[in-house]
Write a new protein. Structure first.
Length: 135
């Protein structure tokens, strides 16, 4: 888990391994899991979760400057971008949000996963693979 003084660090590295820029943002996440995606030509989006379980979407320009920052979901953990521009998130349920962050579907996690989902990934067929803890 991050410490109270931890902040988000983002670095852009080109295909030859040269560091183009490194930026630190004064945002203290509650977890050490984030998701990233490139949008447009040289813009980027970061998903992170703050201590209040707020999922924050941060948009960066090509130089790594923050162009927008907003809370898009509350009460979820482990948010990930999906291939259709939406987000998948976890509570005791798996929730799929569209690109406007409207709920598309909600599936309850079976009781075999006692200690929560630790990782989620989208499969090639558009489904999702979960890793969790069990007794």
């Amino acid at each position: 888990k991050p410490h109270d003084e931890d902040h988000i660090l983002v670095s852009l590295i080109n295909s030859q391994g040269d560091i183009r820029w490194v930026r630190t943002y004064d945002i203290t996440p509650s977890v050490d899991k984030h998701d990233l995606r490139q949008i447009g030509n040289q813009s980027f989006e970061i998903l992170t979760v703050l201590r209040q379980k707020e999922t924050v979407l941060i948009t960066l320009d090509s130089a790594g400057n923050v162009t927008s920052q907003r809370t898009i979901l509350t009460g979820y953990s482990l948010p990930k971008f999906t291939s259709d521009g939406g987000i998948i998130a976890v509570t005791s349920h798996i929730l799929k949000f569209d690109s406007r962050y409207q709920l598309e579907w909600d599936t309850m996690i079976k009781e075999e996963i006692k200690w929560g989902v630790k990782a989620i990934a989208q499969t090639r067929d558009g489904g999702y693979l979960l890793v969790g803890m069990s007794e």
